[in-house]
Structures are given as structure tokens and as C-alpha cells.
Design a binder for this molecule. Sequence first.
Ligand code: LAC
Ligand code: ZN
Length: 475
Amino acid sequence: MRGYERALARIVGKDNVSTDKAELFCYSFDASIHTSAPNVVVRPSNTKEVSEIVRYANRKQIPIVPRGAGTALCGHSLAWNGGIVLDMTRMNHISETHVEDLYVVVGPGIVYSTLNAALKPLGFFFPPEPGSADVCTIGGMVAVNASGTKAIKYGATRDYVLGLEVVLSNGTILKTGSRTIKNSSGYQLCRLFTGSEGTLGVITEVTLKVAPLPTYSSTAIVAYDDLQAAGRTVADLIRCRLLPAALEIMDRTCIQAVNKSLKLGLPEVEGILIVEFDGHPDAVRDDMRKAEGICRAENPTLFSSSDDPAEEERIWAGRKAVLPSMSRLKGGAVSVSVAEDMIVPISNIPKLIGAISRIAKKRGLVIGTYGHCGDGNLHTKVLFDVRKKDAWTRAWKACLEIYGKCISLGGSLAGEHGIGYTRAPFMRMEHKAELDLMRTIKMALDPNNIMNPGKLSLDSVPKTFVTRLRYPVGD
Ligand code: LAC
Ligand code: ZN
């Protein structure tokens, strides 16, 4: 046993420390295109252990990377400089439930859908609903300010974080925020740690606001022969003061992919919108009637709505399967996550969609576009033969052009997946001088740079960016 293994085993017990090669290999991936292995994985079970581990790592200047379920799409939970991966999944308790005060207190390792299953009998929920809802952890969601299909109406994770317990880089256990629905008492430090991606400290407990669970919903599928028409409908719906619980888009490539993998028989048109309303049945029916009129103004080939939960689930099945289905669309081509989470002001969706398809054509790439158009957030998947170096070069060029367009439209690199490693070299494009302030904050809180180093902000594209890919790239 190496010295650091012994020291860590003294804190968490030897069964919760591993340097086994096979295990380290498993921890060398998340859902991103990158890969990098830690030297050791540690699984703490409480805040005190986390504090002792961090204090030890700080003394020895060993990098620490907190990790939940590893669903991050940009390499957030990869140990880029080796070191310790802190697997937080054992800290998965619900320690307090106070729905009458609109909050719960949970460990960072609890899975999103497990928390909502516990809240459902009480008639409450935590709404942001990411695509990885059945596996992702609340700590990971706070770390990247995650969200998903419900953000247009209910907001993102940051809108629900009332309080946090965080272990700082010197091992100090900090309590920040409150158990109240609002406070105006000083700097809103919960907001600082939310979205900090493990670079400022380790989240060990979360006080989360919860919302009343709607008891009725209705969902429509709307098909258009023109993707731009689908995009225009999004802003039209909102301009008419409709606020859907979800408003999603899928282009032809995505529709073909889910049809192929799930045999759904969706119409293979240029664009499909999914529109969901929830709330009081009368209000929902009224909103859906208005939405139908607005959607029909752009001449859809199909408008079909239902309040039957089984049918609603059928409508959603295709959308929810886009990400895993894309790699099955074309033999030899893999769906690759580059430029995959842009967000723009809602009415600029048609412009962003148009730009993505022009860039795809110019670079000779197949790009599937889908996502949460109701809040301005689009995901893209680039399909190509990952063994070909030239295809990677074209994909990176396309990525830079898409980011440039997105920023010029008043948007941001990431709507809900965060920055991690894969987007770190592009941060200056968006944040300019603001990035220097972010670095000042980072240095103040983590002077030895042990907390998830190499993430969130890079000045240039390092060589490892294109060499440490999870794919076997040839010439
Ligand atoms: C989704 C994930 C990729 O929306 O965010 O499917
Ligand atoms: Zn999403």
C-alpha cells in the first residue's frame, strides 16, 4: 500500500479506497469525449470524512475531483491531473423533509429521481428534470447548475438552492445560505458555489426548495416541414403569454435516430415540437387551445395533443431517447459531444438553428439538433467516424463557429451542462474580463489549486485536449 492509500484508508476505511486498475479505468470516463484516470478513488460517507480527506490533500497538494454519477458531458468529473476522485454517492440520504416550509435537506449523492419519488406522495417535487434524471445526483446538478425540460417554467437548479454545506480547500466546513425561501443577507454565496463545478469546494449537503407537484398535464406533438417554422413558433407561443411546462424541438436527424432505435414511427419531417402544459385542468385546456392556434399559423403537417398520461409518455419517448439513439443512426459514425449545449435568447432560436445547419453543410458534417428551445437551449450531436483525424478537425472548426454565432446572438456556451474540461478553452470567448475575476475568486478560495484543477477556464487549447480523447483516433 502506498502512503496516500494508507492515509486515506485511515479516514474512510480500506474498503472505501481503491487503486485497483480496473476500477480507476471506470472512473477515467464520464459522458464526455475526454478521458483521464485518477490515482485513487475514495468514497466518503460523511462531511467529517470529506473534510479530513480535503485537509490531507491540501497538505500534500494532491488534486481532488468530486464526482456524482459521472453523467457530466464535458469532463467535469475526470481527474485531469490525476489525484483523488471523491465518489460522493454514499452520501445519498434525505436528512430532513419540510414541505410546509418548502424545503428538503439532502446529501449530494442522492439521485434526482429517487428524491422525487420520495417527494411524490407528499405532493411536491424538485422540478429541473435533466435528461439523466434517473441516474444523476443532486450534488452534480448543483455543481453544474443543471436543468432540463422543465426550466422554461420552473427554472434551473440554482433557483432551488437555498443553502449549502461546502468543504473548502483547507478542510473548513462552511454553511452558507439559509432555510428560508428568500434572504437578502449579504453575498449570495450559494449562487457562487452553484455552477462552480467542484473548483471552489466539495458540496456535502444541499438545502433545496421544492415545488407543489402539478396533478394535471397535457402534451402536444407538432410536426413541421420547415425547421425554421418550428423555431419561429417557439417565440410566437411565448409572445402570446403562454408559458409551457416544457417546449422541446427535434430536427430530422434526431427524429430518424429515435425512429431507428425505438421504432416509434414519428413523422420524418424537418422539425418536431413537443409542447406540454401543466396545472389546473381548465387552465391547461385553455392554454393548449391557444397553443394549437399559434402552432397552426405556421402550417404544421401534424398537431396532436393528449392528456392521457400513457399517450403523453409516448410523445415524450422519442425526445428522451435522442442522446442514446444518435450513435445508432449511421453505421461507422458515432455521435460526438462537441458544441452541445448552446443557449441564446429565445427569439434567436431560428437564427441559431439556421447557423448550425449552414456550418454543418460547410464543414461536411452531419449535425443533429434538438433540445429545450422554449428556454433558448439547443443540444447538438455531431455524427462522424471518430477514427478519422480530419473529421475531428472539421468538428472542432464547426464547434468554434457555432460558439461564435451563439455568443454574437447574445447567448452562452452552456445552458445546463456546464464547462468542465471540454469547453474550458472557449471560456474567454464568452466571458472576456469576467474570466479574470473568476480566477481571482478561485485563487482566493483554493490557493494550492487542488480543487478540480484544469477545469472551467483555460487560456489556450492544450495538446492534451486533442490527445486524451476517449476514441481511438487514427491519421
Ligand atoms: C437532454 C440532455 C442531453 O436534454 O441534456 O437530453
Ligand atoms: Zn438537455
